[in-house]
Design a protein around this ligand. Structure first.
Ligand code: BG6
Length: 304
């Protein structure tokens, strides 16, 4: 499954969409539109690059990111599904779920009349995924590349009993210098501070970064911005179907321990994750579909 030759034959669109093997057994889709270029790995339906024309990359990818079957990629837009963080009942199960480390299949690729390119992926179930997630469900990740990048995660409960779903689009954004970047739009929201024993706090003013930051903001409003005075831009993040936003930067020590950030890697990134996490998990009724979507766009306004 997912061999580049076969994928090019079935889905390739000359000048718009092609497939190649980026590393052994690791196929990626390369998307070119009049507005932007993007790369999406078939493992995890994981966007690894998005560059609007004339802009520095919006999405951060570690220089030491590993591209190997079954390994998670440090950077890009990892899909955390069907739980966020550690599994509630079994510490052996992978943090942030299994969706980011298993193959997905491309079910549709389209060049839209307005020039955007849309790719729709579906997670491939296996015995191993069923062992961790015994619920009948279908999950699709729909990636649309244009003047903005849109990622939509759609989960359908195909069974006969409700289940609880935790999820995140764990997006790594490029910033010029995290020490000068701020995140606006979360003012007044309550958050769980994971670097302070999960204490519940309230955000006053924009989020600033001077140490490890790992927070789950609750009841968020679906719009925030990364203000970047160094790259002289603001990245606007809008979302639907999400009630929580995770803000994360590991800072120096934790990044070193992770081993795949690279020296000073933490300085050039911030994760602002569109999520349903902690007390904001979703209960999905039989037959229902939940759609969580995020749009990322560079707006001209410099950080003020
Ligand atoms: C964030 C979590 O979403 O992801 C952090 O809030 C975690 O606690 C980070 O460290 C990275 O997770 P991972 O599994 O990709 O190393």
């Amino acid at each position: 499954m997912n061999e580049p030759q076969d994928m090019n034959r079935r889905f390739g669109i000359p000048g718009c969409l092609s497939f190649e093997e980026m590393a052994d057994g690791f196929t990626v889709a390369r998307v070119t539109t009049p507005f932007a270029t993007a790369t999406v790995a078939l493992q995890g339906a994981h966007v690894t690059a998005y560059e609007p024309k004339g802009q520095a990359s919006v999405i951060w990818l570690s220089k030491l990111a590993k591209f190997a079957p079954g390994k998670s990629i440090r950077g890009g837009v990892p899909v955390c599904w069907p739980w966020f963080g550690p599994h509630a009942g079994n510490p052996q199960f992978p943090g942030h779920g299994f969706a980011r480390t298993v193959p997905w299949r491309l079910v549709e690729a389209k060049a839209l009349p307005d020039g955007r390119v849309r790719l729709e992926f579906e997670l491939v179930e296996t015995e191993a995924t069923r062992a961790q997630w015994p619920h009948a469900s279908v999950v699709r990740n729909i990636v649309t590349v244009g003047q903005e990048l849109e990622v939509e995660l759609a989960t359908t409960n195909t069974g006969s009993v409700p289940f609880q779903l935790g999820q995140a689009l764990h997006t790594y954004f490029t910033v010029g210098d995290i020490r000068r970047a701020t995140v606006a739009g979360l003012e007044g929201c309550e958050y769980l501070d994971k670097v302070d024993g999960g204490k519940r706090k309230r955000q006053e003013g924009p989020v600033v970064f001077s140490r490890e930051t790992d927070r789950i903001y609750l009841g968020t409003r679906g719009c925030c911005g990364i203000l970047d005075p160094v790259l002289d831009r603001t990245i606007l993040i809008t979302s639907t179907g999400s009630r929580s936003t995770v803000v994360w930067n590991p800072w120096i020590e934790k990044a070193e321990k992770m081993g795949d950030f690279g020296p000073d890697g933490h300085l050039g990134m911030v994760c602002v994750e569109t999520a349903n996490a902690a007390e904001d998990v979703i209960t999905l009724a039989p037959g229902a579909t939940h759609r969580m979507a995020a749009q990322y766009r560079v707006v001209a306004a410099p950080a003020g």
